[in-house]
Design a protein around this ligand. Structure first.
Ligand code: PBG
Length: 415
């Protein structure tokens, strides 16, 4: 007897277009469940039949069955050579021949949960555009910042990293503003945590936004960046950020021994639950150019090559990995991301810790610029670059595209 069967092949599972909301959003968003509907209305519960199964079987045995749709063999264009098919044991294209097969065998996935959105903040009340990073702004910490975080959360991005633009008058050679408990970063963290208690706040630990020399550490009169004295300052900075409510402190300075020292300083103040994401393999890269414009943090002299890694080096990343692991890092980061995919893979294969990758300002701006010039399809290149960083082995990606890409994943474009 024909009747309505809820899970026949004619039925498909449909869920709302904003797919991620059902799986990875905070509980505050409304949860919609799966709904079973029929793909076609033809068989709607009412196939009128008077024949029994036995009668149908007897008809089939007698060859008395309706003709199935005709077999069609699609032809090649006129002039296609007639050849004997290649005798191939393997034809990898078989697993790629339809969207359903392709998505069934997709090895890597992207989700808004993988993204960390870097945000530039300043003391101003208005947001000011960053020339070298179209679509990015220095956000007013009281208004623009809150609005941006709120929009990012709407598309499932719940992790943020803050970068402050510090007034020149507060910059000193020893970067002491970095550990002012009422400074721009601690103030912004407290405000964010008050408005959005469940977000994850990452902070940058380094002196460059606070240093009158624009370096990540204290500069000796002969130009040498002083390691241990800088680490002392970084510990105070990390503790101050933790006190304000930071969830993950992220030393990006590349001083030796800073992860262990920061761990000890955090623990001594009772911040056992504050994580450390170490910039393990941070290269002395020209891809940081737009960021330095954003923060006006260009080194006043020289470069960062005595502390950041040589882009030519690969094995050396393992030395940094071993140090950071043994000093107690919780997450290891590679920076930049796409041009250093081999290093991401190296860390992935040599550590059990989560791996982060930073798609830096230059990587972002190149895609934006080429998109504006219509040389590439910005959205597709954005999604592909993020997917490739995941495929290389990154668990999380710090990216200025985080909100835009999450919007694409959720099926909602955001502005
Ligand atoms: C500095 C810092 C830099 C970035 C993040 N933290 C710049 C630098 O090392 O000079 C770069 C990020 C980007 O380019 O997007 N501590």
């Amino acid at each position: 007897m024909a009747s309505t069967i809820s899970f026949s092949p004619g039925n498909v599972l449909v869920r709302p277009k904003v797919a991620h909301r059902t799986t990875s959003f905070p509980p505050s968003t409304n949860l919609r469940s799966f709904v079973a509907v029929r793909a076609s209305s033809e068989q709607d519960g009412s196939i009128k039949t008077s024949r029994t199964l036995e009668e149908c079987e007897a008809a089939a045995v007698a060859g008395n069955i309706p003709a199935p749709p005709p077999l069609v063999k699609p032809a090649g264009p006129k002039g296609t050579p007639k050849i004997k098919p290649l005798d191939l044991a393997r034809r990898p294209r078989r697993n790629r021949r339809s969207p359903a097969l392709r998505s069934a065998f997709q090895e890597t996935t992207l989700s808004p949960a993988n993204f960390v959105l870097p945000l530039f903040i300043h003391e101003g009340e208005l947001d000011t555009p960053i020339g070298a990073m179209p679509g990015c702004f220095r956000l007013g910490w009281q208004h623009g910042l809150i609005a941006e975080v709120s929009k990012a959360r709407d598309v499932g991005v719940n992790s943020f990293v803050l970068f402050p633009k510090i007034p020149d008058a507060l910059k000193t050679p020893t970067g002491d503003e970095a550990y002012n408990d009422n400074g721009l970063v601690p103030r912004s963290i407290r405000l964010l945590k008050d408005k959005f208690p469940d977000i994850i706040i990452y902070t940058d630990v380094a002196l460059d936004p606070y240093s009158s020399d624009g370096h990540d550490g204290i500069v000796r009169e002969d130009g040498v960046i002083m390691n241990d004295e800088t680490v002392y300052q970084l510990c105070k900075q990390a503790v101050s950020q933790a006190r304000a409510g930071a969830d993950v402190v992220s030393p990006s300075d590349m001083m030796d021994g800073r992860v262990g020292a920061i761990r000890e300083a955090l623990d001594a103040e009772g911040f056992h639950d504050v994580s450390i994401m170490s910039y393990t393999a941070k290269y002395a890269s020209a891809f940081y150019g737009p960021f330095r414009e954003a923060l006006d943090s260009n080194p006043r002299f020289g470069d960062k090559k005595t502390y950041q890694m040589n882009p030519a080096n690969y094995r050396e990343a393992l030395i940094e990995t071993e140090a950071d692991e043994s000093e107690g890092a919780d997450i290891l980061l590679v920076k930049p991301a796409l041009p250093y995919s081999d290093v991401i893979r190296l860390l992935r294969d040599n550590s059990s810790l989560p791996i982060a990758a930073y798609q830096v300002s230059g990587e972002y701006s190149m895609i934006k610029a080429a998109g504006v010039l219509k040389m590439i399809d910005e959205e597709r290149v954005m999604m592909e670059s993020l997917m490739c960083i995941r495929r290389a082995g990154a668990d999380i990606i710090l990216s200025y595209f985080a909100r835009q890409a999450a919007g694409v994943l959720c099926g909602t474009k955001s502005n």
